[in-house]
Design a protein around this ligand. Structure first.
Ligand SMILES: [Zn+2]
Ligand SMILES: [Zn+2]
Length: 584
């Protein structure tokens, strides 16, 4: 990683050079410079972006002026950029205006003239500054801005800011699936379609929804897509891509190309940006320029119909989407040492779910049948324990009753196996909600710190540690207690928790509920690095909830968790032997 950084620092990339010219063009436009000059800088920026060879190489060969749109004057600026990271005109303009001023050009209804006005009168030089000027009413004092115009600027800023709000992955993925389904109902010309971007990488939140499709008729697909019932607004529409707004102001991008481009198309829009930039560097080493269309080499376009072929062309191992964050995965795949991370097919059972015995919506039988049809060999029913009154937590007496039901179902459904577990409250003083003799009769116990998460670090941590040190607690559920987008987790000392879990053989959970994803990716990785085993579970409260497993697996894969790190990839007998209660 260090070596790579050093190289990047040394050589300014073509893309970075292009961006400098775009910045210059934007600022000159605000300044009121002649439009042909501005257009010339933008044109040069575009062709620099599409030049496969590094500009430093072209310069050595004296070939800078062979780039379309680059004449003598711009070539000189490029030379200065390569030597010093800047050039005179850029310095001049950025000393007059802050580089963040160009952000304002993104606001609908805010053209260069008005941006100049806002800067001249109020020294508003960024989106944040604009928001402030609206909040404290200074914007109304700008001469030359009428109340109507201001209203439109406020609206524009709102819609722009709205796009910055990230939505939890569960919601983004569900909306994405729904809109894809609507499209497929309206056309049979789609050959392939996939949710890409953060959703495909199972990031816990998504900024927007990216969809890629393959078809021989991209224009038809784009037309159909823009007229779907879910679409509220069409922001941009071209022949093979469009950007629309759906409910809640969520932005959806669709890109559609013929199927021979599928490999690079899917890769390009899956990201992450850093992963792709790194791949682009590898492609350049092979003299190829990479885009969503394919690789351009010696004026020839090489296309790939699968992502696997793209990675093969680059001479590296295929990287699963969840790992594409440029956190060292490319370095490892270059030397064919990429770890094989967990996949959904590795999961043999689900160890955390609720039934109508507590706050679940479905009977144990229905949950078991649904889990069996998903291909699982076993499940563990873990209803809440007595102290969680709102969830109708189980008393010792009801646990005995539930046992009878599970035993008779096991006779009916064999060889499928239903284990009886419990999700036991760790009380606010650190004691357990059920006595040892009750816990001993269960097949498996998971412990949860649900209440008192706002206690101080020492206090919450000591409660988790009490559970971990308990001989009959096998798994610690959703260890931080966070709810994505609404509640931070407790202030747990995770390092100590992981160390103690490893020492005592307590398993840590990756809860797949898309609102929890707890442990999160990096924490799960730390836990495994500390020597802990992981359990990935759905925490389902209904049959549909069983599909939460996909989010759990995606999160674990983001943390580079391998099947052997996960307890419920094992056949039942092996899994049971790994539980603390069954170890001698
Ligand atoms: Zn819970
Ligand atoms: Zn639960």
């Amino acid at each position: 990683m260090e070596a790579k950084k050093a190289v990047r620092d040394q050589i300014i990339s073509n893309h970075d050079i292009a961006e400098k010219f775009r910045l210059l063009a934007d600022l000159l436009e605000i300044k009121g410079e002649a439009s042909y000059k501005i257009a010339a800088y933008r044109k040069a920026a575009d062709s620099i972006d599409h030049t496969p060879e590094p500009l430093s190489t072209l310069r050595q060969q004296g070939k800078l002026e062979t780039i379309p749109g680059v004449g003598k004057a711009i070539a000189q600026k490029i030379e200065d950029l390569l030597d010093t990271g800047t050039f005179e005109l850029l310095e001049e303009v950025t000393s007059e205006y802050p580089p963040t001023l160009r952000e304002l050009l993104q606001v609908p209804d805010l053209g260069p003239k008005r941006v100049k006005l806002l800067w001249g009168e109020l020294k508003v030089g960024s989106l944040d500054a604009l928001e402030l000027a609206i909040e404290d009413g200074r914007i109304y004092k700008v001469k030359g801005l009428g109340p109507k115009a201001i209203e439109r600027i406020i609206e524009g800023l709102k819609s722009l800011k709205g796009r910055d709000i990230r939505i939890p992955i569960g919601k983004a993925r569900e909306l994405g699936k729904r809109i894809v389904q609507q499209l497929l109902e309206k056309t049979d010309k789609v050959e392939k379609i996939e949710l890409a971007g953060s959703i495909r990488r199972f990031r816990e939140t998504a900024g927007d929804i990216d969809i890629v499709a393959a078809s021989e008729h991209p224009e038809d697909i784009i037309d159909t897509f823009c007229s779907l019932p879910m679409v509220q607004d069409v922001n941009m529409k071209g022949e093979n891509r469009c950007r629309v707004m759906i409910e809640g102001g969520i932005q959806v991008d669709l890109i559609c190309l013929p199927a021979q481009h599928w490999g690079t198309l899917l890769l390009h829009f899956t990201g992450s940006r850093d992963h792709n930039l790194h791949l682009r560097d590898l492609a350049l080493e092979r003299g190829a320029h990479m885009s969503e269309y394919g690789f351009k080499k010696n004026e020839q376009l090489i296309t790939f119909s699968t992502e696997e072929e793209v990675y093969k062309f680059l001479g590296i191992q295929y990287v699963p989407p969840e790992m594409r964050e440029d956190r060292g995965e490319i370095e490892l795949s270059l030397i064919h040492q990429l770890p094989k991370v967990i996949r959904q097919k590795d999961i043999r059972g689900d160890l955390h779910m609720h039934s109508t015995w507590s706050d679940g919506k479905c009977s144990i039988r229905d949950m078991a049948l649904a889990a069996r049809s998903l291909g699982y060999e076993y499940i563990c029913i873990t209803d809440h324990s007595q102290s969680l009154g709102i969830a109708r937590g189980l008393t010792p007496e009801r646990i005995v009753e539930q046992r009878k039901e599970i035993e008779s179902l096991n006779k009916e459904l064999a060889p499928f196996k239903i284990l009886q577990g419990i999700e036991m409250e760790v009380l606010s003083d650190g004691s357990m909600d059920l006595p040892e003799e009750v816990l001993r009769d269960l097949d498996l116990v998971i412990a949860s710190v649900h209440s008192g998460l706002r206690q101080g670090r020492e206090k919450v941590t000591s409660r988790a540690l009490a559970a971990i040190r308990h001989p009959l607690v096998d798994i610690l559920a959703h260890p931080t207690g966070r709810i994505i987008g609404s509640r931070e987790g407790g202030d747990f000392d995770l390092e100590t928790i992981f160390r103690e879990a490893a020492r005592t053989g307590t398993i840590l959970e990756v809860d797949g509920d898309p609102n929890r994803l707890d442990l999160r990716d990096v924490n799960a990785q730390e836990a495994v690095d500390s020597g802990c085993l992981i359990s990935i579970s759905s925490d389902a409260h209904s049959i549909e909830g069983l599909y939460n497993m996909e989010y759990g697996v995606g999160t674990a894969a983001r943390g580079w968790i391998r099947p052997q790190d996960v307890i419920n990839t094992r056949p039942l007998d092996e899994m049971l032997k790994l539980l603390k209660r069954n170890r001698s």
